[in-house]
Structure formats: C-alpha cells, structure tokens
Design a protein around this ligand. Structure first.
Ligand code: KG4
Ligand code: ZN
Length: 356
C-alpha cells in the first residue's frame, strides 16, 4: 500500500483511476484522469435476449470472458499504461452476487499486483454521481448541493436527496417493481424482446400517449408502485386480443406511447411533490430509465413549469457503465477512503444511501 508521502504527492498530480462495473449484465471498464473520462468501454451481454431477462449464471460467466478484454481496451483507448493507475474502483453492490464477484475479484487481484489502493463503490451512489463526470473538451455544469435525484433503473426507483457526495437520503422509493421493470414487463406482454425499455421508447415517439389510459397508483408519501400498471396492461391486452388477434400489431406505437406516458407521469408526480416539500429546485435524473426520451422531456419541461434547474446525464452515463464507478472512486480517493482485500460483494443496498 502507498505510504502517506506518496499519497499526498498523488493529490498534487493528476489522478488516474480504473473503474470496474459488473453488477448485472454489462461488463464495463473506464479510465478517469481527475474528473475527465478518458475511456468508458461497455460489453453488453446479448446472451440474455433469448431468455427474456438476465440469467444470473450466464451473466457471471460472460463477465469472466469479457473482463480482461474490456479493461485492456479501456487502457488502450485512454492511452495509458496500467502502471500509471493510482487506484482501482469497483462496484461492490448492490447487484447479482455472481456478477459482482467477477469484478470484485479482478479488482482485488489487479490492485494487489500493481500495489495501489482498492476502492469499493455502491452502484446507486455511482448512478447519481455520474453527473460529476466530465468528457474531454466539453465541460458540463454539475448539480449544486443539495439536489434531488430521481434514480430509475431496472432494479430501483428512488427519489434521493443528495446533500453532499456521500450524504444521501432516500425520500421515497418503489414498494414493488422498479420503473425499468415496468417498461420491460410491458414490452414483454407486447411480445417485444428484452430489454424492452429502449424499444418502448422508440415506438412511443410515433404514438399517441392519450390513445389508451391506464390507472395511476395511489401510494402515500413519496413512494412508487408499478405492479398495478403491469396487471392492468396485461388484462387490457388479454380482453382486446379476444376481440382482435392483431390488436397489438395494429396499435403498437399507441400502446407504447400510452404505457410510457403513464410511467413518466407517475414518476413526475412524486418528483414534483418532493421538490415542493423540500423546496429544492436542483433536479437530476439517473439510471437506465433516465435514457427515456419521455422522461428527459418531462424533466426539462420542469424548468419552465416549476423553475427547476435540471440535470440530464449524457446517454453513455445512463445505463450501467464504469465511468460512474471511476468518478465516484475519484471522490473516495480524495478522501483517502480505501477498501481492504477482505471486501466481499453485497446484493442489497446498505451503504451511503439510508432510509429517512
Ligand atoms: O441502470 P440500468 O442499466 O441497470 C440497472 O441498474 O438496473 O437500467 C436498466 C433498465 C432496464 O430496465 C431498461 O429497460 C431501462 O433501464 N432502459 C430504458 C431505456 N433505456 C434503458 N427504459 C426506458 N426507456 C429507455 N430509453
Ligand atoms: Zn444500474
């Protein structure tokens, strides 16, 4: 491990960190130089498409196959040598344990071999802190603390009050399905391939969002629920298909637009409420579903409607990626917060995000 003197010297020079993400079905490696992402390589796992969802055993095996080539490509793209790395940041959780084990084990071995610090990262913190990652030659404005972040992915839907980089509080969250799951399940019911979220988005652009209406959940406080939408969508299509075998095909774009409208409106209602209750007008979105065009437009509209200042991530920082792990790693590196070789992955969120 580095001694104190070399650690202080490092703080004065540029810091290079390798980020590794392997929590679900994307194997990703990124290199950051200070707060600028030099490379962000992502290997998606096509293998799951034919099963209509992520198969954990297959995901960990694919991570094993992908991890070395992905890290090699990231180093090449960043044009740096592994010996220039100052630290290795990896996703410790939450996620699929078998998948996390691949990234964790590789990060530990690599850090040990290079004799540099190891930094554990919480995947959900990282989705939020992706807003602080810069791209070369194009610096963006970053959110001011405190801000609200709507984190919406395949596994989570949360409204988080972000007081500081590692001081976050969940103000509300889903009590059942996540928003990404709602998109994916609606797509599956329509016979679309996995993951259905991006396909619904593409179809929705051409459709009428008010052609069909589905009920909005009545959930107290700032929490969400998406399981009712899935059920009502399923029963609605079952009834319509009895009358017309071709109903889905004929109404594909309107169905997609109507489902997307219901999900986005549901997300927005509670976000607006959270902003009113806290008085916070710095609003960010994060996670895979923040790639959704309907949600991105609705957030942007909030600038005029509610006087918000909004932060929408670059597309490559929305779905799972290692750039968000690397930037979060940088903040931990600056605090000198390192992890020892005993660290084991965790499946459920338990670190810096805590319930109110
Ligand atoms: O953050 P992410 O890559 O993985 C998790 O941490 O879960 O999010 C994946 C989710 C999937 O449910 C996927 O369908 C959804 O994000 N997603 C979208 C879009 N792009 C990805 N949902 C709606 N519209 C999109 N454009
Ligand atoms: Zn994610």
């Amino acid at each position: 491990m580095q001694d104190c003197i070399s650690f202080v010297q490092n703080l004065q020079m540029s810091t290079y960190i390798l980020g590794i993400e392997s929590s679900c079905d994307d194997t990703s490696a990124a290199i950051i130089k200070d707060d600028t992402i030099l490379a962000n390589v992502i290997a998606n796992q096509e293998i799951h498409h034919k099963y209509g969802g992520v198969v954990p055993e297959l995901a960990s095996r694919s991570h094993q196959q992908n991890i070395i080539p992905v890290i090699h490509s990231a180093l090449q793209e960043a044009k740096i040598n592994k010996k220039q790395l100052d630290a290795i940041a990896f996703t410790r959780g939450p996620g699929l344990l078998g998948s996390l084990l691949v990234g964790t084990s590789f990060a530990k071995a690599f850090a040990l071999g290079l004799d540099i610090p190891l930094i554990e990262i919480d995947h959900l913190d990282a989705h939020i802190l992706a807003h602080f990652a810069q791209k070369p030659g194009n610096r963006i404005t970053t959110p001011k603390f405190p801000f609200l972040c709507l984190t919406v992915s395949g596994g989570h839907s949360q409204i988080v009050r972000v007081n500081d980089y590692f001081d976050m509080k969940i103000l509300g969250q889903t009590i059942d399905d996540a928003a990404g799951e709602a998109f994916d399940k609606a797509a599956k019911i329509m016979g679309l391939p996995y993951p259905g979220g991006p396909i619904i988005d593409q179809l929705a652009v051409q459709g009428d969002p008010h052609k069909f209406s589905f009920p909005f959940p009545r959930i107290p406080q700032l929490n969400y629920s998406f399981s009712g939408l899935k059920t009502s969508f399923l029963y609605f299509l079952r009834d319509e298909l009895k009358k017309d075998d071709d109903f889905i095909e004929k109404n594909k774009v309107d169905l997609a637009a109507s489902v997307q409208y219901t999900i986005v409106e549901t997300l927005m209602k509670k976000l607006v409420l959270a902003s009113k209750e806290t008085g916070i007008k710095e609003i960010a979105i994060a996670g895979g579903v923040s790639a959704n065009s309907g949600l991105r437009n609705a957030i942007k509209d909030g600038e005029e409607k509610y006087g918000w200042k909004t932060y929408v991530p670059a597309f490559e920082f929305t779905t799972d990626n290692a750039a968000m792990i690397a930037i979060t790693g940088l903040f931990k590196f600056q605090k000198g917060e390192f992890t020892d070789q005993k660290a084991a992955p965790y499946a459920r969120s338990k670190f810096s995000i805590k319930n109110k």
